[in-house]
Design a protein around this ligand. Structure first.
Ligand code: THG
Length: 374
């Protein structure tokens, strides 16, 4: 069967880096937040994985759109939308934070940037946070502007990221702490540059706030890569699964609560802060959750990435589902992420994975991130 192509349109938004990723041979796209996300440059996930862990990559993650809250009530609205305690946060900090609805169901898992006491960006995963935030601001008559600004993150990931960005922004790059950002000059602008990103290999995210400078920013980073084996890249499925980085819409949806998703540490449930979903989450915490996200390492030869959930079985009983899967060179086995029920979530539990090619593969439950003795 011939491969079908995705037909683009204005509604499926391009990022300011599109001409550059096309020139570098992008071979696959996905859509996140109604925006194109490059998913490959013709090489295998396995080769991209080795490169990411050894060198440095430039990722067009413009699809990580921002929802901006600005005004007197911005801090209040930000706190209403997440169980994570933002009250002692400093300007220049980033917070990985679950967002939940009134039932405690996951709405998103953004990185929140505190730009000023009255100014926040929610750098979102794939759901329409803008509409939820606008509705809350309107219904609660809050004094806050809720907009999607002209901001397009560009990620630099891998062990040589710091050396690369020192060439673009200077030595100050080395002083940025994990999940902190500084505003650094680029072409008459001051761009927030954070030590963060959707990999565990170290790196930075540059929040370009003027799409007309997209090509110039890409080129400045690209040209700085001489001698560093820089390649274009994208979030790598193998590295993400091994690192236990969960993906909204895959590992979790509105059907799940943050306590099932390994986010207890980002949930302040003692009543000291008020947010939408507090009483629901307190009740869930009291009852205890019945499932949690776990890793699974399983055999049976290289499996395809899953396009629907794969059942996990113990003695023919379904005990969970894998929502992301791929072959891992590091473990010389397949790796996956998914919800596993309470009776079977302890590490080392043996499970059978039913992959969509019909095979029954034997595996075991692991903690996250996966470690070499997993
Ligand atoms: N960067 C930015 N925006 C994003 C993502 C990103 N939006 C969408 C998506 N990724 C959101 N999901 C995540 C998931 C995990 C992390 C970041 C965003 C992450 N987690 C750290 C970890 O697991 O090691 C924990 C960080 C902490 O504890 O503070 O980095 O990647 N801008």
């Amino acid at each position: 069967m011939a491969a079908t192509k995705l037909q683009t349109s204005i509604r499926l938004r391009a990022t300011p880096y599109k001409s550059r990723v096309e020139r570098l041979g992008v071979s696959d796209f996905s859509i996140v937040n109604h925006t194109l996300l490059p998913k490959g440059f013709g090489d295998t996930q396995q080769n991209d994985y080795v490169h990411l862990k050894t060198h440095v990559q430039l990722w067009d993650v413009g699809c990580q759109r921002q929802v901006e809250l600005r005004g007197v009530d911005a801090a209040h609205l930000a706190q209403l939308m997440t169980p994570r305690d933002l009250t002692n946060g400093k300007v220049g900090q980033c917070f990985y934070a679950p967002m939940v609805d009134e039932f405690g169901g996951m709405l998103n898992d953004p990185v929140i940037l505190k730009l000023a006491e009255d100014h926040f960006w929610f750098s979102i995963a794939d759901s329409d946070v803008l509409l939820w935030a606008k509705a809350l601001a309107y219904a609660l008559k809050l004094d806050v502007a809720v907009v999607e600004p002209d901001v397009w993150p560009l990620a630099v990931q891998g062990p040589k990221s710091e050396d690369l960005l020192v060439r673009v922004f200077g030595e100050e790059i080395r002083e940025i702490g994990f999940f902190r950002f500084r505003r650094l000059p680029f072409k008459e602008r001051l761009l927030p540059v954070a030590r963060s990103g959707y990999s565990k290999q170290g790196g930075f995210e540059i929040y370009l706030d003027d799409s007309s400078l997209g090509e110039a920013l890409w080129d400045a980073c690209w040209d700085a890569g001489a001698g560093l084996s820089l390649r274009p890249g994208c979030p790598n499925l193998i590295e993400r699964i091994e690192g236990g980085l969960v993906s909204y819409g895959n590992e979790m949806t509105r059907e799940n609560n943050p306590l099932e998703c390994g986010m207890e540490k980002y949930c302040q449930l003692d009543g000291s802060i008020e947010f939408i979903g507090l009483s629901a989450l307190q009740k869930i915490q009291k009852q205890g959750v019945q499932q949690k996200i776990r890793g699974v390492i399983f055999d049976g030869g290289p499996c395809p990435p899953c396009s629907r959930p794969w059942p996990l079985k113990v003695n023919n009983d379904e005990v969970g589902k894998l929502s992301s899967t791929i072959w891992s060179p590091r473990f010389n086995a397949n790796v996956g992420l998914g919800m596993v029920s309470k009776m079977h979530w302890s590490c080392g539990t043996e499970v059978t994975v039913i992959s969509e090619d019909g095979l029954r593969r034997s595996g075991r439950v692991t903690s996250l991130p996966m470690s070499d003795n997993s």
